[in-house]
Structure formats: structure tokens, C-alpha cells
Ligand binder design. Sequence first.
Ligand code: MG
Length: 299
Amino acid sequence: MEYTDRFLAIVPDPGAVEVLATGAAFTEGPVYLPDEGCVLFSDIPNDRILRWSESDGMTVWREPCGFANGATLDREGRIIHCEHGTRRVSRTAHDGSVATLADRFGGGRLNSPNDAVVTPDGAIWFTDPPYGICSDEHGLQADSEQAGNLVFRLDPESGSLDVVCDTMEEPNGLAFSPDWSLLYIADSSLADGRGSNRHIMLFDVVEGRRLGDGRVFAVIEPGVPDGLRVDEHGNVWTSAADGVHVIAPDGVKLGRILVPEVTANCAFGGDDDRRDLYMTATTSLYRIRVNVRGAPGPA
Ligand code: MG
């Protein structure tokens, strides 16, 4: 593959993808824990959360885990998980105790929370597509009790949910720009054939708690965009069938990190500089060293 100088400036060695761990069925939800120097990631069909560190290799961190998917950290370093099977957003405290933060809206159960991000005010923004209830493979098959596939903001004060977006077919990964003024949300409805979207939408964030009208930021192929992250310069790093694509804030596609398996998510980590990119791809966890840091704020 040909690489542009602009891409090589941020990914100097695109071929230097390491495989760190393998043996899972479908990996998702990577999150780096700086205090432990490890990565947690979900193995959804096997209903377990795995842990990888340089010293310990791969171990099982939680099993069963409510068919957990996406993960992030809150402002206090507690772990936020989106869970398909239990159809909730949970928080794991430093003592290991687990609390339900959200599992219902408008009188019905959530579909299957997929991915989450925490804003500086402590709110948790998360997506709620149907991937965990449309079969027993990535959750438990069940009917939707919601009017659609919504994106929510969980208020840190009241604990209540507000709908921030009801216009996407199947919202999936999400990430804010470094200054928190923009929100990127992947729509992956093409993946299950119920829709035709394989794009990332871009929204203006209004007063830190609402979204303006969305516009298409980028169409991702092959495959669909699933999980995504933003770096310190505002570049968007999104999963795709062939690896991770890097897109500049102006929408220019800078290049691709090719991964040997269908890739579903990524996260920045590394104790001192957050320049390691961890990538979850089907059976395995991969890593590549890059020249930019993940955007400031929670993972
Ligand atoms: Mg996802």
C-alpha cells in the first residue's frame, strides 16, 4: 500500500502491527487502564471481559459479564461498560463493586448499549443499537422496547437519561473532538442488513448537552465503522473491515493501518504518552505505536 507523507507523520511504520493476544470469538470494547498498565477488552460471544498486560499476558477479567461490549473510563478512573445481555450501562468502582447506571428509558428496557464516552461534566453519552437483542450470539434475543435506536446522555447529577439523537439507523461507536465541541457517531446499520449506512456522522455539541443537526463526515468501507477514537489533533481513528482508518478533521482520508482480521474498535493507551493504539479485531488484540496521542480526557 502507498502511504502519504501526511499519514506517515502520524503512523511512521504502518506495517508494525503486533498481535498481543488471540483465542477470542469476537473482540470489542478496548479500554486502557493507566493505573494497571493493562488493556481490558470484550469477547462478546463468550460473555467475558479479557485483560492483557505486558507482564501477565491475556487473562480473564470477568466472566460472565452481561455480554459486555464498549468500555471507557469516567473522570475518577472507574470503568464504564455497555452490556448487551443485561441491557445496561454499568460502572465498576475501584473496589470492584458493580453498579447499574442506566437500564431503562421511557418505561422500556434499553436495547443493548454498545459504546460510551464520558464528558468533562461527568455525563456518559452512549449508543443503544439492537445488536445484542437481534440474536443470541452477541447477547440474548429479545424484542426492542424502545421507539428506535437512540443515543443518550446520562446526566451525572440526576442520573436521568436524555435522548441526544434519534436520527441514526444503528448508532455504534462515538467520540468527541479534543475541545468537546463536536461529536462523531458511527452508523453501522449495513452490518446486519437492516439498514444501509456505513458512515460516521458529525454533530455540533450545543451547550455541552445537546446536538445540532448531523452531517455525514465520512463513508467507511470495506465493512462498516464500529468503534472510533479521536487523537490530540482531532484526527478520527475508526475501525473498518480491513483495519483502522485515519481521517483528518476536514474529512480527508489520511491512510489505513491494515490488520489481518475484521476490526471492530480501537483505543489509545500507554502509561506515559498514550501513543499506543490498541485494536480489537475478531479473535485478537493488536497494537501499533503511533506518533500522536489520544485526545485528552477519559479513554
Ligand atoms: Mg461497537
